[in-house]
Design a protein around this ligand. Structure first.
Ligand code: 8Z2
Length: 273
């Protein structure tokens, strides 16, 4: 559904879609909010919606920037939906992985200025989304961010690794990935995983302020520069998408990986009781 009120255009019905897009055509800035309570875990549907939303914004010539945020308080995104990887079928796994690849290629390769407003926890796939933006502002306090895959007994794929390498460098990435490290906002700031840390209520105003700097730069020059910086990493996945999807399905289907995921799900539930 599309609402036509100017200057806002909504690509989804507010409060209904799992990926809500508000486009302000006066400023050229779109706000994309993940909206899948309780934790914005990324399943096949959300990833497909996100991929389509990014594609539409990229094609919208009035759009110059996108803020990626959450409609769920306290959570940016809990990462990939673990239930998509646990006791699934190989066919579903491949479809799920393709949707993730496409959403990521759309985000990392976007011509728009992209900013992550991290107003909550951001593990694994959530951290990947944030790192794939051009700039990150995170709320100070109890929230954590990082690629924690090894703690689940799974492995961050090479393109997650590439994005982290390009964000925080080789040494920090080696430690972060092996340990499955989760960082507080202040720790994330100190290693360059986020660009600014502010109180929760200041995250959005800070993002809007920073956007002004980015939007002063002529789009064409900035986009050529961004493409040149990111092309190698994008091409590495583009050239082996099917192989990567098949590898994911095979890896996830292993008994040992399924056992690890089962134990991790149980530990999440136990934490609550
Ligand atoms: C070689 C390469 C080959 C390929 C190898 C494979 C590569 C795969 C790459 C993987 C990337 C990933 O993103 S893997 C995903 C990693 N994500 C995580 O580890 C996040 C785990 N979640 C948490 O830590 C927490 O939930 C957190 C996000 C901080 C929020 O804490 P809260 O206390 O607010 O909420 P909780 O009570 O814990 O969670 C609410 C409910 O949501 C569920 N839940 C939480 N996270 C979930 C998730 N990611 N997927 C599904 N469900 C989730 C909980 O179980 C609860 O379910 P109920 O009990 O039913 O209510």
């Amino acid at each position: 559904q599309v609402c036509t009120q100017v200057p806002y255009r909504c690509y989804s019905t507010p409060g209904v879609g799992q990926v809500q897009v508000d486009m302000n055509s006066e400023t050229g800035v779109a706000t994309v909010r993940l909206n899948r309570p309780p934790v914005n875990s990324l399943n096949l549907d959300v990833l497909t919606e996100l991929g389509i939303a990014l594609e539409k914004l990229d094609a919208d010539r009035t759009c110059r920037a996108m803020v990626l945020a959450s409609a769920v308080p306290g959570i940016f995104s809990a990462g990939l939906d673990i239930l998509e990887m646990y006791q699934s079928t190989p066919e579903r796994c491949v479809a799920f992985w393709r949707a993730l690849q496409d959403a990521w290629l759309g985000l990392y390769g976007s011509r728009l200025v992209t900013m992550a407003a991290i107003e909550g926890h951001s593990p694994a796939g959530g951290c990947l989304l944030a790192m794939s933006c051009d700039y990150r502002v995170m709320a100070d306090g109890k929230f954590q961010i990082g690629l924690n895959e090894t703690r689940l007994g799974i492995v961050a794929p090479f393109w997650f690794e590439d994005v982290m390498l390009n964000t925080i460098g080789h040494r920090e990435t080696e430690k972060a990935l092996q340990l499955g490290a989760m960082y507080s906002a202040q720790q994330a700031l100190s290693i360059g995983l986020v660009d600014k840390v502010v109180p929760l209520a200041e995250v959005m105003p800070t993002v809007q302020g920073e956007l002004k700097n980015w939007l002063q730069i002529p789009d064409a020059a900035r986009v050529i520069t961004k493409t040149s910086m990111r092309k190698q990493v994008l091409d590495r996945l583009r050239s082996q998408k099917e192989k990567d999807a098949q590898f994911f399905a095979d890896f996830i289907g292993r008994d040992s990986v399924q056992r690890s995921l089962g134990a991790y799900i149980a530990s999440l539930q136990k934490r609550k009781s």
